[in-house]
Write a protein that binds this ligand. Structure first.
Ligand code: DGL
Length: 270
């Protein structure tokens, strides 16, 4: 390792499988980087849990990743980012990136009328974090937030293009459509997989923003700025860790990524 580089892996955690959408964007943008992904499948979902539980789980997840000698940590889970990002940044020295700021910034850039919808888990919406973050960037914006708890199980079930999902989406999104938003933030790791249905329900004139791409850009910027890019010529070997049995993760991961994940290992929390 020479000066201005760092061959250690990037750590990514999520409540379960959904953060693979973020991990995938990171590997697409930074193909030479190595990832350690931890999905807390034993305790998923976080989206219906309390602030206290989400903070405790998030700290445990950071501790798992630190054991794998990561150089930065990406909190791919929106619910964890909502409640725990500030706490984690205070308690740990390692650089930590969440998904809410990047997504919010992108939405403000994209929105012509500054009328922005946010859909996410109940816990994320209750935290008010998206609304706060958007208003900090664009104080005159109008933010319409809506929890959509049924979307996560529908995605896990693989019902991405199913009439039931379309009905549920029409029901959830009607109050957001009434507010004439021109941009909709998909504030949950699972929602990018519902893009076709969500676009159909919202109409073509509404821009859908998912945080994954923007977060990956943020990771790249940080690694470059801090001289932390991996320079090794060996092809990267990503590791996927879960806190429950790996089989279910593998099956759903295939749905998320379109290909098999070869190495998925179960690890216990520290
Ligand atoms: N990863 C969660 C999020 O982005 C969704 C799944 C869950 O509820 O744990 O908020």
């Amino acid at each position: 390792m020479h000066k201005g580089s760092d061959d250690r892996p990037i750590g990514v955690f999520d409540s379960g499988i959904g953060g693979l959408t973020v991990a995938q964007e990171i590997t697409r943008l930074l193909p030479n980087e190595q990832l350690v992904y931890f999905g807390d499948t034993a305790r998923v979902p976080y989206g219906t849990k309390s602030k206290e539980s989400v903070i405790r789980f998030s700290k445990d997840n950071v501790n798992v990743l630190l054991k794998h000698n990561v150089k930065i940590i990406v909190v791919a889970c929106n619910t964890s980012t909502s409640w725990a990002l500030n706490v984690l940044r205070k308690e740990y020295k390692i650089p930590i990136i969440g998904v809410i700021e990047p997504g919010s910034r992108r939405a403000v850039e994209m929105s012509r009328k500054q009328r922005i919808g946010v859909i996410a888990t109940p816990s994320t919406i209750n935290s008010g974090k998206y609304t706060q973050t958007i208003l900090k960037i664009s104080p005159s914006a109008v933010v319409v937030a809506k929890p959509c708890p049924l979307f996560v199980p529908l995605v896990e079930e693989g019902w991405l293009d199913h009439k039931v999902t379309e009905h549920v989406a029409a029901e959830y999104l009607s109050s957001i459509k009434d507010q004439d938003v021109d941009t909709l933030i998909l504030g949950c790791t699972h929602y990018p997989l519902l893009k076709p249905v969500l676009q159909k329900v919202m109409g073509k004139h509404v821009t859908l923003v998912d945080s994954a791409t923007e977060t990956a850009r943020e990771v790249k910027k940080l690694l470059e700025a801090q001289g932390l890019l991996r320079v090794s010529k060996h092809p990267p070997r990503h590791e996927f860790l879960v806190s429950d049995e790996p089989e279910h993760f593998r099956i759903v991961a295939k749905r998320f990524l379109g290909h098999d994940l070869p190495h998925v290992r179960r690890v216990d929390h520290v």
